[in-house]
Design a protein around this ligand. Structure first.
Ligand SMILES: O=C(O)CCC(=O)C(=O)O
Ligand SMILES: [Fe+2]
Length: 521
């Protein structure tokens, strides 16, 4: 027993000696996964030892404790660090990763997903505290409602919230960073500040970013208390020490500054003028009273007087008169919709919008899309014929564009826009068949929540109706754009939304759609 306690004491001295080194090492932290892994393992080992050390008398009296401690120090640690398996595992892990790497999400995707979550938070007025617990609870005028009940709630971790908060923080969007980092700090605190190698951030990082975010939104006293908490974990951090000094001075000089502004403000956007209407229309998912109030809106079985539709009339629902918007139910069959999605799949790319004479990606349109030509499959031509039958318009290329198939993932959206060109240099005119006189859009899928099509100035939205198609005129009969057609695809909250656009141009319709000089028509 004499040898045993000697060994143990010796070990304590050693560990005690290295603990200090560890502190220094930790403050210049993670460079590679390897250093990170060994570093965290070392922290774990030394923590265990300090615990035993503190209760040395009782612990050492227990032979089992003494034995396991010696074992841990003599062989377990060694095994973790030097075993063949450790090496093999790391190598296997690494080579599998390298094989998959090209197909894995990129940083842009991760940041995009974080922005998508914040978009859903905003548009559907979701409470961040509920969202991170896996609930989709919206709060409007102090009233909380579950807008969707998932089968299983998937809560987010402190590190998940840290990442979202950090994306906001890097964009200097402190409205969102405060809310997400608040949750991150809460969760990190709850897990005892324990850090694992797969994590991006730590409690310290979250406190650091949250403190600064609070300072930026004018909450100096909270910034101060968070910085003090951070110093507790990282007492020699010069930058934080300086900040604390700065916050204290600010509060002393101007005590009223402690919580300036009173409440967070959402960052302004280019679409501020229409934002409120847009979000209200998205939230109400097509349940506006417009249908019940206007007796001129009706449903019927529509044949357009054409023999082709006489035997199988289409269920038509007139949604709006100005602008004229109609919905055709059961326009496409399940099988046809599947075919169209399959044809589009290989060509799907991040969607673009008109940017001057060119086309470019933009945050206000997040989806993937592909052009599908009639020659790709007979089903495409069949749809063209059906569109032609219903609208009476010539949709063959170049009087109609190829079919544009669009896929929206979670948070995917298309903010308020016009389908017709609003500038003479628009790429829409490249076909040399004039502007887009009408839009025919087919809903190829259903959506579990969100994803409505909202008509902003006309003040109504249409929920996704699987297999239905929606039609509207974009231009007045005099060729001018109809401003009332400003519309949007609301963010998808739950589900996978697919639509197909057929844009029909002015030329080629001369005998089907008469002109008029009346700007009202
Ligand atoms: O997805 C929607 O509901 C609308 C799509 C749209 O407006 C477009 O693709 O131009
Ligand atoms: Fe559109």
């Amino acid at each position: 027993s004499g040898t045993e306690s000697l060994l143990v004491n010796h070990a304590f001295l050693e560990v005690g000696g290295r603990t200090e080194k560890l502190l220094i090492f930790e403050s210049i932290v993670p460079l590679t996964t390897a250093t990170v892994l060994s570093c965290s393992f070392y922290a774990k080992v030394s923590d265990l030892h300090t615990e035993v050390y503190k209760s040395q008398e009782t612990a050492m009296a227990n032979p089992l404790v003494a034995f396991t401690l010696i074992k841990r120090l003599h062989s377990e640690w060694l095994n973790v660090v030097y075993s063949d398996e450790a090496l093999e595992n790391t190598q296997a892990l690494r080579s599998s990763y390298e094989k998959e790497e090209a197909g894995l999400p990129k940083l842009e995707d991760l940041q995009g997903a974080a922005k998508g979550l914040m978009r859903l938070q905003d548009v559907y007025a979701l409470q961040v505290a509920s969202l991170v617990r896996g609930h989709f609870r919206s709060v409007t005028n102090g009233q909380a409602t579950d807008i969707y009940m998932p089968d299983v709630s998937v809560p987010l971790s402190g590190d998940d919230c840290f990442l979202v908060g950090k994306v906001a923080y890097d964009q200097e969007d402190y409205y969102h960073s405060v809310q997400w980092l608040e949750e991150s700090v809460r969760l990190f605190r709850g897990s005892g500040g324990e850090w694992s190698p797969e994590n991006e951030g730590t409690l310290k990082d979250a406190l650091d970013h949250l403190a600064f975010s609070h300072f930026k939104v004018g909450n100096v006293s909270y910034a101060l208390s968070l910085s003090q908490e951070l110093l507790h974990h990282d007492p020699v951090n010069g930058r934080v020490l300086q900040n604390v000094e700065k916050y204290e001075k600010l509060l002393m000089e101007r005590p009223h500054i402690s919580n300036r502004g009173g409440g967070l403000r959402r960052p302004a956007s280019k679409y501020l003028r229409t934002r409120n209407t847009y979000e209200r229309l998205c939230q109400t998912q097509g349940s506006q009273p417009v249908h019940f109030e206007n007796p001129r809106l009706f449903c019927d079985y529509f044949t357009s007087g054409s023999p082709g539709l006489l035997l199988g009339p289409v269920k038509r629902e007139v949604l709006s008169l100005q602008p004229y918007v109609v919905l055709y139910h059961d326009f496409i069959t399940d099988a046809e919709a599947e075919d169209i999605k399959m044809l589009a799949q290989p060509g799907l790319r991040r969607s673009v919008v008109a940017a001057g004479e060119k086309q470019a990606t933009a945050d206000y349109r997040i989806s993937k899309s592909a052009w599908v030509k009639d020659s790709a499959h007979s089903v495409v031509g069949k749809l063209d014929q059906r569109i032609s039958l219903l609208t009476g318009l010539n949709v063959t290329h170049p009087y109609g564009e190829y079919l544009q198939v669009v896929n929206y993932g979670i948070g995917g959206h298309y903010e308020p826009h016009f389908d017709h060109a609003t500038s003479p240099s628009s790429p829409v005119f490249k076909l040399k068949t004039g502007n887009r006189v009408a839009t025919f859009m087919i809903y190829l899928s259903s959506v579990e929540a969100g994803g409505s099509t909202a008509f902003i100035y006309a003040n109504f939205s249409v929920p996704v109706v699987e297999k239905a198609a929606i039609f509207w005129w974009n231009l007045h009969r005099n060729g001018q754009g109809d401003m009332d057609t400003l519309h949007a695809g609301c963010p998808v909250l739950i589900g996978d939304k697919w639509v197909a656009n057929k844009w029909i141009h002015e030329y080629g319709q001369e005998f089907q759609h008469r002109c008029s000089l009346n700007p009202e028509e």
